[in-house]
Design a protein around this ligand. Structure first.
Ligand code: RNT
Ligand code: ZN
Length: 418
């Protein structure tokens, strides 16, 4: 039997199995189809960007590995993203960092960035059916140091405030152009390597800088603020901790970005969804995978991603949670990294959407906790994978492991020649 026939047949059977526990598979598929993943541009080039300034590295993050074929310029990065889009179903977004601007070979310092540096991105994205999201970039710059928005030196602080304000303006223009809000993330690495005695002061400065940055209200962009546990070489103190941004977000009604790599390893990011939604407007996610430290490994289908997706569905919050990715693995084929990460994220959400929630809720409300646990366990082995294969088939993209060969071909034809 042909693979497509097998997939079709398995799907029909799966549909009946799910119907028996009250799950409408087609409704789940329709919802998955609409679930946009904001694809981070920085996996394609190990977070280098296209600035003409010397990128000094540092800033608390680091891509490790030297697999050949990274994107060296805008055209290569766009080609790579276009390839990625042929390997995943659905309509997605592209998340750009300021350092990926189209600076036309000129030196444009971070406090000089303008919307026009992103015009070609906006046009290209429109052609490709992508919406754009955005990030200010505080790392990898001569003025990055250990402290940016929280720097006691006013001239440095003002430089980064100006940068971040301008990035909001860029985001506003992107949002206007695409007729859909551009989500702009602020993550600054500010912190200290060793014991720190002025913790309060830096946090006070960060709050003050953010207030200045957010002074203008925009209509076509949304702000989000991302915390972290520690950065490389900034291990002892992080100004923008989770408590800091949770407090700021709740007080000022800003979205908090939850990066799965920015918490203690035993902490459940999934469990934060329902609390955050009560006190902040929406949530931005950086779906990622920490391995021992915030190492930004490629997202896989593991308990953390499945739990997160399920919690979002259970909270009926798919429209309030924005799904973005954040990983940068320079040790494997980068296009492959994207394909794995996006497909695994979608698989997690599909599992969430296929949960027999109505029945589970009934059990819980009745205090039938054995029944709840039993159904949760059985639901794990319902044939969600048949539904997943059908999703790929129906969208005309590689079913199962077939995308491996497509990536090998692209490597042979394109990335290996770089
Ligand atoms: C760093 C943050 C941040 C970055 C990107 C490049 O720890 O997760 O989101 O990964 O901005
Ligand atoms: Zn992140």
């Amino acid at each position: 039997m042909k693979k497509s026939e097998l997939v079709q047949k398995s799907y029909e059977i799966a549909k009946e199995r799910y119907a028996a526990v009250g799950v409408d598979v087609d409704a789940a598929l329709a919802r998955l189809q609409k679930l946009a993943v904001s694809i981070h541009c920085w996996q394609a080039d190990d977070v280098t960007g296209f600035e003409k300034l010397d990128n000094l590295g540092g800033g608390g993050i680091q891509a490790t590995g030297n697999y050949p074929g990274k994107a060296r310029n805008i055209d290569e990065l766009r080609a790579d993203i276009e390839k990625v889009l042929t390997l995943v179903a659905g309509e997605h977004r592209l998340n750009l960092h300021e350092i990926y601007g189209d600076f036309g070979g000129k030196v444009v310092d971070r406090d000089q960035v303008e919307p026009e540096h992103f015009t070609s991105w906006m046009q290209w994205a429109k052609e490709k059916g992508l919406k754009l999201d955005f990030n200010s970039t505080s790392f990898g710059h001569p003025k990055s140091g250990d402290l940016t928005l929280a720097n006691p030196d006013k001239s440095i602080r003002d430089f980064w405030i100006e940068h971040t304000k301008r990035c909001r303006k860029v985001s506003e223009e992107m949002g206007k152009f695409q007729n859909d809000p551009c989500i702009m993330n602020i993550w600054v690495h500010d912190g200290m390597k060793d014991l720190t005695v002025n913790r309060y002061e830096y946090r006070r400065l960060l709050e003050q800088s953010l207030d200045e940055i957010f002074a203008i209200d925009y209509k076509n962009m949304k702000d989000c603020i991302e915390s972290k546990l520690f950065g490389i070489a900034l291990e002892s103190y992080t100004v923008g901790s989770h408590d800091f941004y949770l407090g700021y977000g709740a007080k000022k009604q800003k979205m908090v970005t939850l990066d799965m790599g920015h918490f203690h390893l035993s902490e459940s990011v999934a469990d934060k969804i329902s609390s955050l939604l009560l006190f902040t407007p929406e949530i931005m996610l950086h779906v990622s995978r920490p391995v021992r430290w915030d190492s930004d490994h490629v997202v896989i289908l593991n308990d953390d991603t499945i739990d997160l997706a399920k919690e979002i569905v259970r909270a009926d919050a798919l429209d309030k949670v924005h799904v973005g990715l954040d990983f940068f693995d320079a040790s494997i084929n980068r296009i492959g990294a994207y394909a794995i990460g996006i497909r695994s994220t979608q698989k997690a959400f599909l599992q969430g959407l296929l949960e027999p929630l109505a029945q589970l809720r009934k059990y819980e409300a009745n205090g039938q906790y054995f029944e709840r646990l039993a159904l949760l366990e059985e639901a794990k082995v319902l044939p969600w994978n048949a539904v997943w294969d059908y999703f790929c088939l129906k969208n005309n993209i590689a079913v199962g492991e077939d995308y491996i060969a497509e990536i090998q071909q692209y490597e042979k034809d394109v990335t290996s020649k770089r």
